[in-house]
Design a protein around this ligand. Structure first.
Ligand code: NAD
Length: 337
């Protein structure tokens, strides 16, 4: 068959088609907070894109959706350059993917990467908060990872985001985490939206994003938003940076930042799998929606050695549960029950 620079035309065309679909979906999801395809469908496109690029590496250009984070930001908010790039996460969909991730880390490090920190993957909106001398000075969305939307007045209305940190804190601290709406809050909000003739949000994640990215922060203040912090971008001055991810969480908690209690440090693949299976069964026991589990090498030294690809750290992986397509409550609302 026909080829262009060694790539079959069929593969080129399919790649272009999928890339266009993914770019369009990203814009609807990240900028409009109104996706028109399911996460499952989107993930299938991305998987096929990655397979095409694995077979034909020249297709993995920097503008491919597989190489990028999020989507370019809207023009509604002031743009903010992040102090350090915000990343996405690579995905595992089964035990073989998980074992493959672990084996790659071990090969790169030439040692066992254990122990691992397992935690929940909160289906919220990624936000970076900057604290100068313990004072909250900025909140921004992830955007494309380098430039986000300045949503400082909005994050100030989120109940559990402290405006001032406690104790001996870094001179400059940038933390990352998820802003979410509780499942109850999401359902109540949709009921209110529908009652006032407005379209409901597709899922809690989009409702959190739509609620946070409001031009009028008074509207944000009315939504039951919360945050959980799960990473640090910048830590300058003050106490020494902890040597483990779990140590980071303890410190952030001491500073008064909201950190999850539902993480566990485990020695290896068997226990990671147990954690994944536990929360597969208890997926709906948390007040926020989760779409999987995140596994990180606990030792910061190993995180530094492993580093990142163009879009995601090599020291972490997201194990994703199969998406639940139908939110029955939402369906009830849409048909007016
Ligand atoms: P992702 O959701 O797969 O994971 C990366 C993000 O997870 C990070 O940016 C971080 O903010 C977040 N996260 C949550 N809990 C975390 C924790 N404990 N530790 C670290 N990070 C944590 O990647 P993404 O790039 O944000 O989005 C891609 C996904 O979004 C797709 O797989 C799909 O499910 C969805 N999506 C859907 C559409 C659609 O049209 N339906 C479009 C675009 C994206």
């Amino acid at each position: 068959s026909d080829e262009v620079e060694g790539v079959p035309v069929e593969a080129l065309e399919r790649h272009a088609e999928l890339a266009e679909l993914a770019d369009e979906a990203n814009w609807r999801y990240y900028v409009l907070d109104a996706p028109t395809v399911s996460d499952g469908e989107y993930d299938v496109w991305m998987r096929e894109l990655r397979e095409l690029e694995a077979a034909h590496p020249s297709l993995a250009t920097p503008d491919s959706p597989t190489q990028k984070v999020g989507a370019p930001i809207s023009t509604e908010f002031a743009p903010v350059s992040h102090l350090r790039r915000l990343e996405s996460l690579d995905n595992a969909f089964n035990d073989a993917d998980l074992a493959g991730w672990l084996a790659r880390a071990e090969r790169l490090l030439e040692r066992d990467p254990a122990p691992f920190l397992c935690e929940l993957k909160i289906d919220g909106l990624a936000i970076a908060l900057v604290y100068e001398k313990g004072r909250l000075v900025r909140g921004a969305t992830r955007g494309d990872g380098r430039v986000g939307d300045d949503v400082t007045p909005n994050v100030r209305t989120v109940a559990n985001i402290p405006h001032r940190l406690k104790g001996d804190v870094p001179e400059l601290l940038e933390v990352r985490g998820e802003v979410y709406l509780t499942v109850d809050g999401f359902e109540r909000l949709n009921e209110q939206l529908v009652a006032s003739g407005k379209p409901p949000f597709a899922n809690p994640r989009n409702s959190a994003a739509g609620s946070l990215r409001q031009k009028d922060p008074r509207i944000t203040a009315q939504r039951a938003l919360r945050m959980i912090v799960h990473g640090v971008g910048v830590w300058d001055g003050g106490p020494p940076f902890p040597t483990t991810q779990s140590g980071v969480y303890e410190k952030l908690r001491d500073f008064g930042l909201p950190v999850s209690d539902l993480y566990r440090v485990v020695p290896g693949l068997t226990e990671i799998t147990e954690f994944v299976e536990h929360y597969r069964q208890h997926r709906h026991d948390t007040e926020y929606e989760i779409d999987g589990v995140v596994v990180k090498t606990d030792r910061i030294e190993l995180q530094r050695q492993l580093g990142s690809t163009s879009r995601a750290p090599r020291w972490a992986i997201a194990f994703k549960y199969p998406p639940e397509e139908v939110n029955t409550k939402l369906l009830d609302i849409q048909v007016g029950v």
